[in-house]
Design a protein around this ligand. Structure first.
Ligand code: NIG
Ligand code: FE
Length: 431
């Protein structure tokens, strides 16, 4: 067999296995291959195994990478980000340190609404430059695919611009983006007196327009699994002060009828509003946050097809010591993914290894479970479990070579990047 790239003599090659999410105890079952190798042809993995066995199958390798002393893991997948916005909220961060709460700031017209004002006012060039810098940082921390939500427009003109820019960035940057339409991120200032009118605009105007929109006309490069849809998923922030459960249900049902995959921001704050049973009933792909989710709802989630996405960076970012009950979800047999929630309010962090560090300490995950949660299960949470998330023949050759001999260092060490090399679709993009 001829290959384009052979990575060999890795201290270990480590991966979960499968195309669907790992649930319950299976989340901790990684394959660890000492002195491992990965062979890549035309952007895909063709063989994974001990170096001696893989070399015996290869007649010629156009390029060889020696990974001696370094562990190799799948490219990380971030299944929940609010990637595209303008400006920052450093002043609010300081207010919160002095005692103001996140929901109080939002109710006073700040929070998400402050970023909406900055985003509406920004030029496409500014938005592109700020977002690209975040994508660069994500890649440097080992993320090779990320979900990216709109939701700082909250009016068609700006939401449209955000989707357009996400597609341009996707085409121009090695990081692959999976776009989510989140027009239901907050009630915009102009509809504060009549939120149901905004819900009607979302259902009757924005969602059908997004659903019908294809990006093929750009003529830009698209990942092979992409069909040019403007957004794959629709997400709603179901919370007091944002969308109530009935509004959430109406938006999600309309989105489902239009062919969107569904995601929900559920139980980020108190009190829980019942968004988890709603998401499960609508067969959402994921339900995210889950900090205040009651045990019976977590158990219902564990028995469903819906993946729980937990966001420890948000608890940490808000200075809270209350983390989502990951252990309960896994022990009940559920599938868990972890994400950064990258956004300017609650969690400005581009690093999934930082999420692994938090989840192992505060959410009871083992390092192996944490790796599954940011690779295979995260890939499934964005509908791409068949394509990415593990190192197996047939999958895209997205992988990370660590400046560490053992995958556990990803969770064990923190505050610095342990990423040595990033390979995206068989190409070295960070070295
Ligand atoms: O997931 N909760 C809603 N969205 C984000 C916060 C966005 C913001 O504060 O700008 C979250 O925490
Ligand atoms: Fe979020």
């Amino acid at each position: 067999m001829n290959v384009d790239l052979l990575i060999r003599h890795a201290a270990q090659v480590v991966t979960p296995r499968g195309r669907g999410p790992l649930r319950g105890a299976a989340m901790g079952l990684l394959t660890v291959i000492p002195d491992g190798a990965v062979a890549i042809r035309e952007g895909r993995i063709v063989a994974v195994g001990p170096t001696r066995e893989i070399e015996a199958q290869i007649t010629e390798a156009a390029e060889i990478l020696e990974a001696r002393g370094r562990a190799v893991v799948p490219g990380l997948v971030d299944p929940h980000t609010h990637l595209i916005w303008a400006g920052d909220r450093a002043a609010e961060f300081e207010q919160r340190l002095k005692g103001a709460t996140y929901l109080e700031i939002l109710q006073a017209g700040g929070g998400i609404l402050a970023t909406v004002r900055a985003t509406r006012a920004a030029s496409p060039e500014q938005l592109m430059a700020e977002t690209r810098a975040r994508m660069d940082r994500m890649l440097l921390h080992g993320t090779t695919t990320a979900e990216a939500k709109t939701g700082y427009g909250l009016e068609w003109e700006t939401e449209r611009r955000l989707l357009d820019l996400l597609h341009r960035l996707n085409a121009a940057h090695p990081l692959d983006l999976v776009p989510t339409f989140m027009g239901a991120h907050a009630i915009p200032a102009e509809y504060q007196e009549d939120p149901s009118a905004y819900v009607a605009v979302l259902i009757e105007e924005m969602l059908p327009t997004v659903a019908a929109w294809r990006f093929a006309h750009h003529g830009l490069w698209c990942p092979p699994w992409e069909d040019g849809r403007a957004a794959w998923f629709c997400d709603v922030f179901c919370e007091r002060g944002a969308f109530d459960p009935e509004q959430t249900r109406r938006i999600l049902e309309a989105a489902k009828d239009l062919g969107f995959g569904l995601k929900v921001h559920a139980d980020e704050f108190e009190p829980p509003l019942g968004a988890v049973p709603l998401a499960v009933a609508l067969r959402a792909v994921s339900v995210d946050h889950l900090v205040s989710t009651p045990p019976e709802h977590l158990e219902q989630l564990a028995r469903s097809e819906t993946i729980g996405v937990m966001l420890p960076g948000t608890s940490f970012g808000l200075g809270s010591t209350r983390y989502a009950p990951a252990r309960r979800l896994i022990d009940a047999g559920g599938a868990l993914a972890l994400a950064t929630d990258l956004n300017p309010g609650t969690s400005w962090c581009e690093s999934l290894p930082m999420m692994m560090a938090l989840a192992t300490r505060y959410m009871g995950l083992s390092p192996a479970e944490a790796l599954t949660a940011v690779t295979l299960n995260a890939a499934c949470a964005v509908g791409l479990g068949h394509e990415i998330g593990s190192l197996e023949p047939g999958k895209a050759a997205d992988l990370v070579i660590l400046e560490a001999p053992d995958y556990r260092h990803l969770a064990y060490r923190y505050g610095v990047s342990l990423v040595h090399t990033v390979i995206k679709r068989g190409r070295v993009v960070v070295q």
